[in-house]
Design a protein around this ligand. Structure first.
Ligand code: SF4
Ligand code: SF4
Length: 377
């Protein structure tokens, strides 16, 4: 059983928003239930890219402002952090209004950088994840997603928002993988969720996005703020509210099969405003992205050319087998004291390269990374 709070909220202006946020947080015990005096609290909005708040691509700065004030009232020190997928952080926070809001409130704001190897919970599937150290070092994380559709993952809500705690260029490759192997990507998202464990998720669904999200859909006035400790339950509840078919939601499939969070809508206790009072009709989810419906042969070809490929260097490989141990799809075997990778099974997680004690796994850079390198010069 998990509790999910739903609260009506018309807009981002005036006292209405602050009252709605306060009410939502009070329904889960109040901010002091999560934040103790002196805690450093990471507020993790969706800062996907540099778009104005009214485009509904990013969490609205007024929602972040309101939550920051609640954290301060509880005695905590909030700071804002995210790691945009491609665009420069400074540009993103300027355009989204987050920088100005942070200045007005005297809030620290910074890019999530400095990846460190995270200590993973026992039920993680991936054996190794690098997470931004400010996220791991925070006393508390409050997850502030935007309600949006997603062409590869159907919806981006609470759990998906935490992908922003992963740093580096490889993130783009993971994103690419979402188009070709949604279930593996959902597995990764759940591992990130289990690892960073936000204390609370508060969703900005006042204006959300339908259609071709997460960046090119249409704004839709949904008038909802949702809050929950269990981000999986929150995501399932939003699908219920929007009539999004759960069977098509990769995150639901992965969470349900792994028993993570509450995935049974019958076991979710709604508090605040009743779901039926929202009456959201004909919410448009994206049609399957081209990458997801291309024939398997094309998937294999695009994977081969677009994404970087790990290649064991025979001169350095000692056959120690550490890479094979960490490779959860079982793509590596050691023969004659040399690592051999079976590329059809390799999901390009690059864990092997990270654990190899002899730096024997090199990369053949994929086209995607080469293009991004050019772009970032
Ligand atoms: S971890 Fe490195 S040295 Fe050990 S088998 Fe794998 S590639 Fe070779
Ligand atoms: S061989 Fe592929 S799947 Fe296995 S650890 Fe390396 S990158 Fe990941």
């Amino acid at each position: 059983m998990s509790r999910v709070v739903l609260v009506h909220c018309e807009g981002y202006e005036g006292e209405g928003l602050m009252n709605a946020l306060r009410r939502a947080v009070n329904e889960v015990g109040g901010m002091s239930n999560f934040v103790k005096p002196g805690d450093r609290v990471l507020l993790k909005p969706n800062l996907l890219c540099a778009r104005e708040p009214e485009r509904c691509v990013t969490t609205h700065p007024e929602v972040v402002r309101g939550v920051a004030r609640l954290v301060v009232e509880a005695g905590g020190t909030p700071f804002i952090g995210d790691s945009p997928a491609v665009e420069q952080f400074g540009r993103v926070i300027a355009k989204t209004g987050m920088r100005d809001m942070a200045r007005q409130e005297g809030l620290e704001i910074g890019e999530l950088t400095e990846p460190v190897v995270a200590s993973l919970p026992g039920n993680a599937v991936f054996k190794r994840l690098e997470i931004a150290s400010p996220a791991l070092a925070a006393d508390v994380i409050i997850n502030l997603p935007k309600l949006k559709t997603h062409c590869q993952m159907l919806m981006t809500l609470g759990v998906k928002n935490l992908f922003g705690t992963i740093v580096a260029l490889r993130k783009a490759e993971w994103h690419y993988m979402a188009g070709t192997d949604r279930d593996t990507f959902a597995t990764l998202l759940l591992d990130v969720y289990l690892t960073v464990r936000p204390a609370l998720t508060i969703l900005d669904g006042i204006w959300g996005m339908e259609g071709r999200g997460p960046a090119n859909g249409r704004p839709r006035h949904l008038k909802v703020i949702a809050a929950a400790v269990d981000a999986v339950a929150l995501d399932i509840s939003m699908c219920h509210l929007l009539n999004v078919p759960l069977g098509q939601f990769p995150l639901y499939r992965a969470a349900h099969s792994r028993g993570i969070g509450e995935t049974d809508i019958g076991n979710i206790i709604f508090v605040g405003d009743a779901p039926e009072t929202f009456d959201i009709r004909k919410f448009q989810v994206p049609s399957l992205d081209a990458l997801g419906v291309l024939p398997g042969i094309f998937d294999r070809l695009s994977k081969r050319f677009l994404i970087s490929k790990p290649i064991p260097d025979e001169d350095f490989c000692t056959g120690c087998g550490e890479c094979a141990q960490i490779c959860w799809p079982g793509a590596i075997r050691v023969e004659d004291k040399k690592a051999i990778i079976e590329y059809d099974r390799c999901i390009r997680c690059y864990c092997c390269q990270e654990v190899c004690p002899h730096n024997a796994i090199q990369f053949k850079k994929g086209l995607l990374v080469r293009l991004l390198n050019l772009f970032n010069r």
